[in-house]
Design a binder for this molecule. Structure first.
Ligand code: PA5
Length: 442
């Protein structure tokens, strides 16, 4: 279960403000629970933990097993934004940082950039391996994954033959429409559906996240169970509801305290992509109509040696939300040294994680002294259940928070602007007028 601590904000809040913002968050909770707010046709994510059918889970596991039987040792997951970050986050968090266990494929990601070098180097890897592909696009028309998929489709067909390609390519897309759906039907690919009523950034507990996570060898049943338990807790309207409290405090700090930036702080490299996933969730959900808290992140303690100076003493525009982890699953104890030239014997016998915890606490206290309010979101350990819980927590809190802010959390009209210019510059048919206009500007 997610725990939230707000004590690190106390000195920044005036009497009565927190109660006033809890009232706003309770009202927003009602809107989200009763599904009568803006964007309420995109609330399918709310029920996913408890309503995901067994058949979908076992279909994901069947792909995992079929590819294992073929000896697949590289799975290229093609997607961008919400069709990429949840799976990437889970795979990074749950995998051994350096060693791939025998029998598990390496899961890598493509289609999230347009770098030629990235694709060429990934193709170098594919050529050394036994490769399969998962292509994910809800719309089925997004340029970055479409380009990567065209290249990998050709490679898979040339390497394994057309019939075998249909066994090694799985598509996750809309149930009926879009180029990827049409292509998958024509080529006979196994397909999974992104539900109509779930937006990309809320889709980690659909096949968009579940299939890559299962194929990587992780327990999606435990992840859904963790999310379901968190859902039960968050559906209770109370002063203790962690999502209501988080939504209330971040809006208070923003609106009353003038804080424009929220930094998600992690102290374990396994959680770096949790922050990337969170940034998309909050950035796309809240950043519209001239409003929003800019979501940023730091990965400590590394970033204390790069961004720490700014956070301690720079423009006072930010507050921090620290994701803390209760228990390290591995033990490394610092030894004693007869010479003690590094003067670290005072740490002899201590776990490295104890030093990490003291770095976290010391930083939080210093940042409070420096004028940076501190929230803390705590998980017990990094495993499937806790990841399911934190995914659901941040999604639910995002809905409440955006309603408090007064925006529709579930649309993203602004992401189209760059695409129009890019298509015009690439001279996509149908964009001739925009091409002419844009060439005058450059
Ligand atoms: O959250 C979102 O809606 C976006 O980030 C999309 O997930 C992203 O643009 C990819 O879209 P699609 O899945 O349609 O290719």
């Amino acid at each position: 279960m997610i725990k939230i601590k707000l004590e690190g904000c106390n000195s920044f809040v005036k009497p009565g403000e927190y109660a006033a913002y809890m009232k706003k968050a309770f009202d927003a909770f009602d809107v989200l629970r009763d599904e009568n707010g803006a964007g309420n046709d995109f609330l399918g994510w709310k029920a996913l933990p408890s309503e995901t059918p067994e058949s979908l889970i076992s279909d994901c596991e069947a792909i995992r097993d079929a590819w294992k039987a073929k000896g697949v040792d590289l799975v290229v997951v093609i997607g961008i934004g919400g069709s990429y970050l949840g799976a990437k986050c889970a795979v990074e968090a749950l995998s051994h940082a350096f060693v791939r266990p025998a029998g598990r494929p390496q899961v890598v990601f493509a289609g999230n950039n347009l770098s030629e070098e990235y694709l060429a180097e990934l193709m170098d890897l594919a050529k050394m391996r036994n490769t399969a592909v998962i292509v994910i696009s809800k719309s089925g028309t997004t340029t970055e994954p479409a380009v990567a998929f065209r290249i990998f489709k050709e490679y898979i067909e040339q390497t394994y033959g057309k019939a075998e390609a249909a066994e090694r390519i799985v598509a996750i897309t809309d149930a009926k429409k879009g180029a990827l759906k049409t292509l998958s039907t024509q080529e006979g690919y196994k397909t999974f559906v992104v539900p109509d009523n779930v937006g990309g950034r809320f889709s980690v507990l659909t096949p968009v996240g579940l299939l890559p996570i299962a194929v990587a060898g992780f327990d999606i049943r435990a992840m859904l169970k963790g999310a379901a338990e968190e859902r039960e807790a968050l559906l209770v309207k109370s002063e203790d509801n962690a999502a209501i409290r988080y939504a209330a405090m971040r809006n208070l700090l923003h609106t009353e305290g003038g804080k424009a930036v929220e930094i998600l702080v992690t102290y374990n490299p396994k959680l770096t992509y949790l922050a990337e996933w969170w940034k998309q969730l909050y950035g796309e959900s809240e950043g519209k109509d001239g409003k929003g808290i800019f979501p940023a992140s730091v990965a400590n303690t590394a970033d204390l040696h790069s961004m720490g100076q700014f956070i301690q003493e720079g423009s006072r525009v930010m507050f921090e939300t620290v994701v803390s982890v209760g228990k390290s699953q591995r033990e490394v104890v610092i030894g004693s040294d007869a010479q003690n030239l590094d003067q670290l014997n005072y740490l002899a016998g201590q776990h490295v994680e104890h030093c990490n915890a003291m770095a976290q606490l010391g930083t939080q206290l210093a940042h409070i002294d420096g004028g940076v309010p501190q929230m803390e979101v705590a998980i017990e350990k990094i495993d499937e259940a806790n990841l399911g819980a934190i995914f659901y927590f941040f999604e639910f809190a995002c809905g409440i928070s955006a309603y408090v802010l007064g925006v529709n959390p579930f649309n993203q009209p602004g992401v189209e602007a760059y695409k129009k210019n890019m298509f015009a510059l690439l001279r996509k048919p149908g964009y001739e007028a925009q091409t002419e206009a844009i060439l005058k500007r450059i």
